[in-house]
Design a protein around this ligand. Sequence first.
Ligand SMILES: Cc1cc2nc3c(=O)[nH]c(=O)nc-3n(C[C@H](O)[C@H](O)[C@H](O)COP(=O)(O)OP(=O)(O)OC[C@H]3O[C@@H](n4cnc5c(N)ncnc54)[C@H](O)[C@@H]3O)c2cc1C
Length: 445
Amino acid sequence: MEKKIIIVGAGLVGSLWAVYMRKAGYKVVIYERRSDIRKAEISAGKSINLALSERGWNSLKAAGIDKEIEKIAIPMSGRIMHSQDGELTYQAYGKEEEAIYSVSRGHLNAIMMNLAEERGNSTIHYNHQCLGADLKNGKITLKDLQTGEVFEDQADVVFAADGAYSAIRYNSMQKVDRFNFSQFYVEDGYKELLLPADKNGNYQIEKNALHIWPRGRFMLIALPNEDGSFTCTLFMPYENHEYAFNDLDSDEKIDQFFKSVFPDFYAMIPNLIENWHQNPLSSMSITRCYPWTIGKFALLGDSAHSTVPFYGQGMNAGFEDCFVMWKLFQKHGEWEKTFDEYQKIRKPDGDALQDLSLDNYYVMRDHVANENFLLQKKIEAKIHKDHPDKWVPLYTQVSFSNIRYSDAYKNGNVQEKIMQEIMKIPNIKEIWDSKEIEEKIISMI
Ligand SMILES: Cc1cc2nc3c(=O)[nH]c(=O)nc-3n(C[C@H](O)[C@H](O)[C@H](O)COP(=O)(O)OP(=O)(O)OC[C@H]3O[C@@H](n4cnc5c(N)ncnc54)[C@H](O)[C@@H]3O)c2cc1C
């Protein structure tokens, strides 16, 4: 009999996992709640974009689809900070050749769905909502959202790639004794805005950078799209702060807010109020759970470890789940041992990713525009350049390497302690690139 697997969710992780599973010779059946996004118009400008970095690329490469994705990826080699008076500061992410890449979520998803279908024996059933699961027997209950019919399907193994609010996790795993689960909402929400190309179709701000307007307790960021526009995201508390979403309750207040707080952005965006009302205000949460596998079921991607988006790693981590699961399946050749080792390896990495994401939220919000922070990063970059085997900055470990998130997090904490000592040196601004500082740091590693 042909071996069959089911994937619930044809989002970014589910569609990549379908490509992998085809390589293993499985018949792949995917159930997706939404309709086929390829049939809806995907205009680059209207599509939300994401930052793809090394571990994401590594996982796409192992699936043999990196070359397809390269065609739609825009390199961003650093951050450009926009101060309130319009001054720009550039901060490279890493060495010259190192960049993270802006990709359209819709395009990426559509390419992977095509590849899953083309390259394999995969069938995607759209408008099919998973309602729950019989974990022991590999069975799921589904509802055809067009006909209302409820039915069951069964497979050797089932992968829940159904996102942060996973139905398999919520309706079935959470009912199992000793299943741990927690959900934490940060006090901020986010709202997307589109900064269009200028009238000649050109980018209004530097294309190959991630733009940040840091304003203490809140910030606006912008990532480039292929058509000259930028998808911008405002992150801000819902309430209880000088500036908060719930207080921006009239068009006048929204207009005044952008005019006074982001004047350079305000001057570029032609239809701010219309733009504002086009996209919803969304919340952000971190969900932690364990185990990640029960019976014939495994969680992959956000269903296992959804996080806040401040390290730009959620998708990259989900892709890495696929890579790790794939390697383990090649090693064991059967699912029980693969699942067991997968969750033992990936759980600490999922936890570390969530801690890193929260920490980076504070960095982006409060520190990126801070003089001392910028100096600290300059010192770290210099030590990294002169002693690449001894010092790899945390951002580089997370975004430009495949070092485990849990190791990167530990290394980052050690480095931070060292740098806190160094930054206390009274004349550090004058002697930051001296031999004395270099030797002191090296002796502390
Ligand atoms: C504002 C924001 C910015 C982000 N930026 C980045 C970034 O720059 N870089 C990065 O790496 N990550 C980023 N992320 C994180 C990234 O979006 C997620 O980690 C990624 O989408 C997870 O992929 P997934 O396939 O696990 O889940 P999803 O993308 O959520 O896909 C889940 C799929 O399952 C389907 N589904 C859900 N329930 C059911 C059901 N009951 N039955 C059937 N189907 C179902 C959904 O329709 C969906 O298609 C960002 C997230 C946010 C919110």
